[in-house]
Design a protein around this ligand. Structure first.
Ligand SMILES: Cc1ncc(COP(=O)(O)O)c(C=O)c1O
Length: 365
């Protein structure tokens, strides 16, 4: 028998939407991806870069670092770039956590967070969301101790789609002692209409322990390329992340695509507008079916099926109709729920039609 490291027994396996053996669904609304293909200028930039793939990528991601620094008005040395924002998250766990250290985050939240404590042997303190399925920041603050090295706030929160306003986030960051790093995971911030998505960046100047984690996977529609970044309140954090990561961690195609996508801000904003339209349509549809839902500030919604409804039967019924979404209980919910990414208008209509049929076939017990 092969003997693996002890931590392998603790590390949860990342839940793959729909499992490996599913037949190809017609409508994929399970991974919070963009339904829109990459912009044509981005595709052209990728094509131009193909000829250089015999070379390693720029390890410093110089052009992308400059573009991010200009776009967000943050020094280039305060920017970390990775193979998706997950890469940065895992590196932060490696750089900060060890046995005896603590990490604080809400639950349910992004399914990768439990990996950090499991991989490092640190203690995870998870704090329940409030009755609106938002982060309870006061309760999280009560869990911060001298042993806390990392606090993560997912805003908007995956999987519940809810967000907190900047004023609350700012007070929270100010209250966390500086020995602990605070990561605000802003993977979906562009879809949050509560505040200007970039307003949080002003906090970096006051908090050297703050990290804003962002990605090109969602609003920029580049999930398949894997590129994410962090804007940090100090140089120390990006330096430590680089110490624990492999060099050349962001591939050449991802670097040029991200630079090009940043240059097309108007198209990105137009996609947000279309997504928010779908949010409204989806909420109307859910209301018509008598379902409750959390207040979404993301590119997905969190539909409550009701305690008496069999979530698994609903999921199965949707799959039989070619629609793939995520089961809430698999994402940490104690109540039956569905996490549904907003797709194209016709995909969302197909989902709502299928859901109406399934709810008829699977009535509440
Ligand atoms: C909250 C949150 N953070 C980070 C990520 C990771 O994104 P990526 O690694 O594609 O940048 C995701 C992806 O679903 C997410 O939901």
């Amino acid at each position: 028998m092969i003997e693996f490291a002890e931590r392998i027994r603790r590390i949860p396996v990342y839940p793959v939407a729909g499992g490996y053996a599913q037949q190809e669904p017609l409508v994929r609304l399970a991974s919070n991806e963009s339904p829109y293909p990459p912009l044509s200028a981005v595709r052209q930039a990728i094509e131009r870069e193909l000829a250089n793939l015999n070379r390693y990528p720029d390890p410093a991601c110089s052009a992308l670092r400059r573009a991010l620094s200009d776009r967000y008005n943050v020094p280039g040395s305060h920017v970390a770039i990775g193979n998706g924002s997950c890469d940065i998250l895992l590196a932060a766990g490696e750089a900060l956590l060890e046995p005896g250290a603590e990490v604080v985050y809400a639950w349910p939240s992004f399914s990768v967070y439990p990996h950090l404590s499991a991989a490092s042997g640190a203690r995870a303190l998870t704090v329940a969301l409030d009755e609106h399925e938002r982060h309870d920041l006061d309760a999280m603050l009560r869990e911060v101790t001298v042993a806390t090295r990392l606090v993560i706030v997912c805003n908007p929160n995956n999987p519940t789609s809810t967000a907190l306003g900047l004023a609350q986030i700012a007070d929270f960051v100010a209250a966390v002692p500086r020995h602990a790093v605070v990561i605000i995971d802003e993977a979906y911030c562009e879809f949050n209409l509560l505040d200007d998505p970039d307003a949080s960046i002003d906090l970096l100047a006051r908090h050297p322990n703050l990290v804003l984690l962002r990605t090109f996977s969602k609003v920029h529609g580049l999930s398949g390329l894997r590129v994410g970044f962090a804007l940090c309140g100090s140089e120390e954090v990006p330096r430590a992340l680089d110490q624990v990561r492999q060099p050349f961690g962001c591939n050449a195609l991802a670097q040029v695509a991200a630079v090009e996508s940043l240059a097309h801000q108007d198209d990105v904003i137009e996609r947000v507008r279309r997504t928010v339209q779908e949010r409204i349509a989806m909420e109307e549809g859910a209301r018509a079916l008598g379902l409750g839902f959390a207040e979404s500030q993301a590119n997905f919604c969190w539909l409550r099926l009701g305690a008496d409804r069999d979530e698994e039967l609903v999921m199965r019924g949707l799959l039989e109709r070619g629609v793939l979404v995520r089961a809430g209980t698999a994402l940490g919910s104690t109540q039956p729920a569905l996490r549904v990414t907003y797709g194209l208008p016709e995909e969302n209509a197909r989902f709502l039609e299928a859901l109406a049929e399934v709810l008829d076939a699977v009535p509440a017990r």
